[in-house]
Design a binder for this molecule. Structure first.
Ligand SMILES: [Zn+2]
Length: 193
């Protein structure tokens, strides 16, 4: 009787174990701004909307990948405080945090264009920034004291994906093809990391 019981228990626990999903490691994508905070704007285009589209594309393209689970700090046009974002990040303890933003200058139009990466420390965040720069091509990397970088316990980078008031950047960033291309490059980078 005792042996049968034990056998039953061990069968039961084996069955249970086989249903426990493999816990994936997280990568957090933080789409900047949201809700009443539009970020940089140009002719009705907003930073909050473009970075959200790219974040969602990253999430979608990554769905078919096994390696990491992409978590979005916001998946809709809603306002989240910086504290809410970093509290969630530190709860998830992700492999890395990538905060998406767009640049702008006070003039109507600017000749400035291209990617700009910010990090807070020169350890793993710097390595991640270097790899993103290789993937996207030619990003400038600088250290800056920003909440999301400072308060995230995981390696974190903030990337300005281009200037909304530069015609070339704006055309690319506001196009579906441009957004998909950027998202794909991030997912390719995750798979190599
Ligand atoms: Zn921003």
């Amino acid at each position: 009787m005792e042996a049968v019981k034990l056998f039953a228990i061990s069968l039961f626990s084996t069955a249970l174990l086989s249903f426990v999903p493999v816990k994936k490691k997280y990568i957090v994508i933080d789409a900047g701004h949201g809700g009443n905070d539009a970020g940089v704007t140009f002719d009705g285009m907003t930073e909050k909307e473009i970075v959200l589209n790219i974040a969602k594309q990253i999430h979608e393209i990554n769905e078919s990948q096994e390696k990491y689970e992409v978590f979005l700090t916001r998946a809709a046009d809603e306002y989240k405080t910086l504290e809410e974002r970093t509290d969630k990040i530190n709860e998830l303890n992700p492999v890395m945090v990538i905060s998406l933003h767009l640049n702008g200058t006070p003039e109507k139009d600017t000749q400035k264009q291209g990617y700009e990466l910010f990090i807070q420390d020169s350890g793993d965040s710097k390595k991640i920034a270097d790899k993103i720069s290789q993937k996207l091509g030619n990003c400038s990397i600088a250290e800056r004291n920003l909440h999301i970088l400072r308060e995230s316990k995981s390696p974190a980078v903030l990337i300005e994906l281009g200037y909304l008031n530069n015609k070339k950047d704006r055309t690319y960033l506001s196009s579906e093809q441009g957004q998909k291309e950027i998202a794909q490059k991030f997912v390719d980078f995750f798979n190599e990391y």
